[in-house]
Design a protein around this ligand. Structure first.
Ligand code: ADP
Length: 775
């Protein structure tokens, strides 16, 4: 709806102003005219009075002559003449005084007062002489010169002079009339001018404003109609005063599939068309919108005459009168059936996709478990095989078998990782670790590969001035290993350099910059842009020649992003490549921790695994180190072993090593039971899992586990973990949230040695013999 209030307000003030000016003008004109009339009236009375002076003087002269004649001839007093003269004389005097007093005209004044004797003197003498003659009772008393004043000759002179006064008054009056005529014309001219100005500055702009308003209103209305038509919006109006509902044509089309019907009211039609289940809801929404003075915004269903179900979306606004009462509800109805159908189809598709992803995820997780389990067995057996006397050839074959198993494990890990990243399930941990050691370890792990190809592998970590940082060492190792392995793979001669530096990022964080540079085959420029996409390899021949899945760089990039960083490449075909990136790591508040030198043979350990082979391999290894081992095939059996131990008065096991994947009661559940029971609480728990889980470390730590390893675990890790747990000192306390491979890796363990036999001879713990447990 269009808001006309500003237009009305603007026009109202303009009209008020114009009318006020006209009112002021009219008042001024009326006042001026009135004063003109007064002046003219006054002038007329003056002329009249001046004229009467002549008549009075003649009457006086007549009276005197009659009086004197009567006295002279009959010696009688003519009372009539006396009365007439006295009356006329008094009237003339008072009239004269009045004229003198009220005369402002200089001409008249000079006529009255100029000369000696002046007219004023003569008039007064004339009157005084008349009054004195009239008092005489004897003719002799009357002076002939006095009587001469009333004789025609002298009187004529007086009359002539009085005439000039009357003329002067008349001239004055004429002047006034002429002046007021000019003033009148000026006033009229001014009025016309002001009216003209009002027209130009007030009426015309107001008219333009109103016209514009109408044009705009029309335009808006047309646009609204156009918008409503093109959006197929039906518009309705409910008048609260008359309780009438008005529909536009589109409303009729939506509800009735035809033009407006005269014999059907909108109300009736609405009731007929609305879906029975929605009727109460729509009416209640409408009533509430009216009562609470709020807008409507909801969807309901109708049935068309051809029994089609349509979804209608209603929106409404309220219109108020000046007192804030609702006078109208104006609304739009939009048929959103198509949209609704699409939404439903989308939701269905989304649910299907989510279910498919879930199935895929579950499938991958179980496949990983299923593949890892036999693989762990293979690797564990190979590890044990290595401890037996072997010929040189057998040793070599064991090595080859071991490295093939590792490649297979890496591939499974890649596929799993990628599916986790795709499902946004990747969790970055914040573990305290030694960056220098990690970098060295990464390079060490690939040194053999480089050496086999006669490539120089160089680590430049000079600019890593702080060794201890906080981050996800597993993921950092994974991405660096990936880049280095690629570099070695695609380089035939020359070198591969891993450079790293730490630069300041924020108060609590460092930026870890890294680059892997090689002198290999390089990557053509046009192939570089989608290098980091999943399953992308430079060309099919690469796969044939070098193998690979095309997942490595996609994982690397996503890991970098997950760690608030990124990665880029610069490369020249046949000249080499440089992958350079950055991630954010936390600043560590821990100083270097020294690995404890603990005699593990003092330990009493319970191992729990549902798989007999698994148990025997792990048991053999621990016994090999002189440790006292108890074994359980299930959670229940583990609990009853613990019960028995306590009831026999024996101290509870120092450590429990639990397998995660067990039927009925899994490792995490068993851990909870053990930690909840105060009798078993002191036992340290170690979790081993062959299934990658999300945010595993924190989950395990929350249950009460103090160490967590994913299978296969190296013998050195296992040995060091048992030392740290057995020692139960500083190193264990600082392992947050719990002991992992990376924490162990960050320990200063130069003096810790792994015994080959419990007889005492040792090897360096850097030996990467895998200790795998099978299910
Ligand atoms: P893959 O498992 O195939 O190695 P990646 O995602 O790690 O998968 O690498 C994708 C492709 O990028 C490789 O197949 C190779 O063509 C190219 N590539 C990666 N690193 C290098 C490198 N250092 N030198 C040359 N080409 C490389």
């Amino acid at each position: 709806m269009i808001d006309a209030t500003p237009l009305i307000r603007q026009s109202k003030w303009r009209i008020i102003l114009a009318l006020s000016i006209i009112a002021i003008l009219a008042s001024i004109s009326a006042a001026t005219m009135e004063s003109f009339f007064k002046v003219q009236e006054f002038d007329a009375s003056l002329v009249n009075q001046a004229g009467r002076q002549r008549m009075l003087s003649q009457r006086i002269a007549l009276g005197i002559n009659m009086y004197v004649k009567a006295l002279e001839n009959q010696q009688t007093i003519n009372d009539q003449a006396r009365m007439m003269t006295t009356e006329a004389a008094n009237l003339m005097l008072s009239s004269h005084n009045g004229l003198i007093k009220s005369t402002h005209s200089d001409t008249v004044k000079s006529l009255y007062f100029d000369g000696k004797p002046s007219l004023d003197d003569d008039i007064r003498t004339f009157i005084a002489t008349a009054l004195s003659i009239i008092q005489s009772v004897d003719a002799k008393q009357i002076k002939p010169q006095d009587v001469a004043q009333f004789e025609p000759q002298t009187l004529n002179y007086l009359l002539f002079r009085l005439n000039t006064v009357v003329d002067a008054y008349e001239d004055d009056a004429k002047n006034h009339v002429a002046n007021s005529a000019i003033a009148e014309r000026i006033i009229w001219a001014m009025t016309l001018l002001i009216l003209l100005l009002e027209y130009i500055y007030i009426f015309k702009p107001t008219l333009t404003l109103i016209r514009q308003g109408f044009i705009e209103t029309n335009l808006k209305h047309n646009r609204m109609q156009l918008a409503a038509d093109s959006a197929q919006l039906g518009i309705w109006e409910f008048d609260t005063l008359n309780q009438t509902l008005h529909w536009d044509a589109q409303m009729w089309l939506t509800f009735y599939e035809s033009a407006p019907q005269a014999n059907l009211s909108s109300f009736d039609l609405f009731e007929k068309r609305v879906h029975p289940e929605d009727k109460e809801f729509v009416i209640s929404e409408f009533m509430h919108a009216l009562q609470d003075k709020r807008v409507m915004n909801f969807t309901f269903r109708i049935f068309t005459p051809s029994q089609l179900l349509r979804h209608i979306h209603v929106r409404s606004i309220l219109e108020y009168d000046d007192n804030g009462n609702v006078i109208k509800v104006v609304g739009t109805n939009q048929d959103i059936t198509e949209q609704k159908n699409k939404e439903e189809a989308l939701i269905e598709a989304k649910e299907k996709a989510e279910a498919a992803t879930r199935i895929k995820g579950d499938f991958l997780a179980s496949m990983s478990h299923e593949i890892r389990t036999p693989l762990n067995g293979v690797m564990g057996m190979l590890g044990l095989l290595k401890n037996t006397p072997l010929t040189q050839l057998q040793k070599q074959r064991v090595e080859v078998a071991n490295s093939s198993a590792q490649s297979l494990l890496a591939l499974i890990n890649d596929i799993l990782d990628f599916s986790k990243i795709e499902a946004n399930k990747i969790k970055i941990e914040a573990i305290d670790f030694d960056l220098h050691k990690l970098l060295a370890e990464v390079v060490d792990s690939l040194a053999q590969l480089a050496e086999n190809k006669n490539i120089e592998l160089i680590l430049d970590a000079v600019k890593v001035e702080t060794s201890r940082v906080k981050g996800d060492p597993g993921r950092i190792r994974q991405l660096l290993t990936n880049l280095l392995a690629n570099a070695i793979k695609f380089t035939h001669d020359g070198h591969v350099i891993l450079s790293a530096s730490l630069t300041s990022y924020s108060q609590d964080n460092w930026q870890l910059n890294f680059s892997v540079e090689d002198t290999g085959i390089g990557i053509a420029e046009d192939k570089q842009s989608n290098l980091f996409d999943a399953f992308s390899q430079v060309d099919a021949s690469t796969t044939r020649e070098y193998g690979g899945t095309g997942l490595g760089l996609a994982i690397v990039k996503r890991l970098c992003i997950a760690m608030d960083g990124g990665i880029n490449v610069s490369s020249q075909s046949q000249r080499g490549s440089r992958f350079y990136g950055r991630i954010v790591v936390g600043k560590s508040d821990q100083s270097e921790i020294v690995a404890p030198d603990f005699d593990v043979s003092r330990l009493n350990i319970l191992i729990v695994d549902d798989n007999a082979v698994n148990l025997s391999i792990l048991g053999d290894q621990l016994t090999h180190w002189g440790i006292k081992v108890s074994m359980a095939r299930s959670g229940q059996q583990a609990l009853s072993l613990c019960e028995k131990r306590v009831s026999n008065g024996l101290p509870i096991f120092d450590i429990g090593i639990l397998d995660m994947q067990m039927p009925n009661m899994d490792g995490a559940e068993l851990g909870k039971y053990l930690k909840q029971d105060p009798r078993f609480h002191p036992m340290h728990l170690v979790m081993m899992t062959s299934m990658l889980m999300d945010n595993d470390s924190q989950f395990m730590a929350d249950i009460g586990f103090c160490a967590y390893f994913s299978k296969p675990v190296t013998t050195s890790d296992l040995f060091l973990a048992l030392s740290v747990i057995g020692d139960n000192g500083d190193a264990l306390r600082k392992a947050t949230p719990l002991l992992t491979h990376d924490f162990l890796n960050s320990l200063n363990s130069e003096h810790t040695h792994l015994p080959t036999k419990h007889t005492g001879s040792t090897v360096s713990i850097n030996q990467q013999t895998y200790f795998a447990s099978r299910r």
